[in-house]
Design a protein around this ligand. Structure first.
Ligand code: NAD
Length: 475
């Protein structure tokens, strides 16, 4: 397999060229790196039909055998890792070490997912009857992924979807289809035909999927705005949906932290993957007693960070992934400038090729400013001074989003108490984003519906079936 050419979809176990093609661009150079297949409506029908045909056999395959198939896929991803990692950097922009962490992390996530078990519940066992519930696969699942972590977020769906006995049609973002297409090619030699289909296409393909009557479930990761459209469209045939959506995560930093110790961690909590992480810190509330020294330490660290082409050694932050997101981030910067907010760092973009935005820190913008209210999804962070803990919790919770957040304090008990008052699906205490494969992850409010991860995430790929058995014989 040549990872760097011949990008084909995987439908029914076969490599399939697109009805048309579209360009995939390296965001560091703005040069085209490849043409990707553009799936037609008829090809989508074929993918759904292949998944439907494969479903009975796959659902009847014992779960332990399905585990082994998935483990083989994980191993094959690791075998091809060096090339896949380079390709991921080329299409996503993230620095090589980050691409390595994503690709290897995704392969290890697959392994971890195979250790999950579906529960068997006995609700009643009386003289008259037994009532038992077990969990059966749903059918054909459509998985739609975004561009910020194209591989790990697709694997978050593929592992549990397949393990639970569903067959799948997976669609990566049009900005980052290549590595996923190659994983589809790898899977052709491992999984039975039709079990895992990978398709790619433009803006119409997602809506075609969510409205397609052949899908029984849609698992979607992307923006809240798109998530609402997905749910609306899926409602027409009452497809099950899992929606992993946007966030506006607040970090709350208490005055007892060691400023020098936490500055670097706090920086990466916001700027990892260039701020293009759903659970990145997107507003940082810092207690007034340490505001000046901590802000100075974060800015000093930010000045040392190497920005450039992710394929170059030493690069710590790459470009924004795509032009639309780049322009969105520039628009937020322009708005902050027009309002006269103080920039502690960054704010100016160079006129060079590539969607590069410098690390940008904005000093204490008002609570109702766009940069505080909106999800920036880029390397621009508002730093906000607070002095009252109840007030800052209220501000953190005053958002339509409820994905995650973090609390930083030398007093762990106090930090956990505050964490429990945040209206979000996940809260990190004194650490930057860690998602356990064994715990449910999902958003409150408009950050999502349902969860991924752990047994709860696995169960989202099932329907409960209750068998009520009489003890008395009818024979
Ligand atoms: P997006 O919503 O624009 O696109 C996500 C995916 O949906 C892409 O594959 C896209 O092609 C497809 N899509 C677009 N319109 C569609 C439609 N009408 N119907 C069906 N599919 C459609 O999001 P993005 O810009 O790719 O990703 C960034 C967003 O994703 C951010 O808001 C981020 O917070 C969120 N995100 C959330 C999580 C999470 O787990 N909660 C993880 C990563 C990213």
């Amino acid at each position: 397999m040549d990872v760097f050419s011949d990008y084909m979809m995987t439908i029914g176990g076969q490599g399939v060229a697109g009805a048309a093609q579209f360009d995939v661009v390296n965001p560091a150079t703005e040069q085209r790196i490849a043409k990707a297949p553009d799936c037609s409506r008829e090809q989508l029908d074929e993918a759904v039909a292949a998944a439907k045909a494969a479903f009975p056999g796959w659902a009847a395959t014992p779960m332990d055998e399905r585990r082994n198939y998935i483990l083989k896929l994980s191993q094959a991803m690791q075998d091809h890792a060096p090339d896949l990692i380079r390709l991921l950097t080329m299409e996503q922009g993230k620095p090589h070490p980050d691409a390595e962490q994503e690709l290897m992390g995704a392969a290890l996530l697959l392994q971890a997912q195979t250790t999950l078990e579906l529960p068997e519940l006995k609700a009643e066992d009386t003289d008259e009857h037994t009532v038992e519930t077990h969990y059966v696969p749903i059918g054909v699942v459509g998985a739609i992924a975004p561009w910020n972590f194209p591989i790990v977020l697709a694997i978050f769906k593929i592992g549990p979807g397949l393990l639970a006995g569903n067959t799948m049609v997976v669609k990566p973002s049009p900005f980052t289809p290549l590595t996923t297409l190659k994983i589809g090619e790898i899977a052709r030699d491992i999984l039975p035909p039709g079990v895992l289909n990978i398709i790619s296409g433009g803006d119409e393909l997602g809506p075609w999927m969510t409205s397609h009557p052949g899908f029984d479930k849609i698992s979607f990761t992307g923006s809240s705005q798109t998530g609402k459209r997905v749910m609306e469209s899926a409602s027409k045939t009452l497809k099950r949906v899992t929606l992993e959506l946007g966030g506006n995560d607040a970090a709350i930093v208490l005055p007892d932290v060691d400023v020098e110790k936490v500055a670097e961690q706090l920086f990466w909590s916001a700027f990892g993957n260039n701020g293009q992480i759903c659970i990145a810190t997107k507003r940082m509330y810092i207690h007034k007693d340490i505001y000046e020294p901590l802000v100075a330490a974060i800015a000093a660290y930010g000045r040392t960070v190497q920005i450039g082409d992710g394929s170059q050694q030493g690069t710590q932050l790459g470009p924004i992934n795509n032009r639309a997101q780049y322009e969105r981030v520039l628009d937020l910067i322009a708005d902050a400038k027009a309002k006269g907010y103080t920039f502690l760092l960054g704010g100016e973009t160079a006129q060079t090729p590539g969607y590069f935005v410098p690390v940008t820190l904005i000093d204490n913008p008002p609570e109702d400013s766009r940069i505080v209210r909106e999800e920036q999804f880029g390397p621009v962070l508002p730093l906000i001074r607070f002095d009252d803990i109840d007030d800052v919790i209220a501000k953190a919770n005053d958002s339509d989003y409820g994905l995650a957040g973090s609390v930083w304090s030398a007093d762990e008990t106090k930090a956990v108490e505050i964490a429990r008052r945040l209206a979000t699906g996940t809260v990190f205490v004194n650490q930057i984003q860690y998602l356990s494969p064994f715990a449910p992850f999902g958003g409150h409010k408009q950050s999502g519906l349902g969860v991924e991860g752990g047994v709860d995430g696995l169960m989202e790929y099932t329907n409960p079936q209750t068998i009520v058995r009489a003890k008395a014989s009818v024979g």
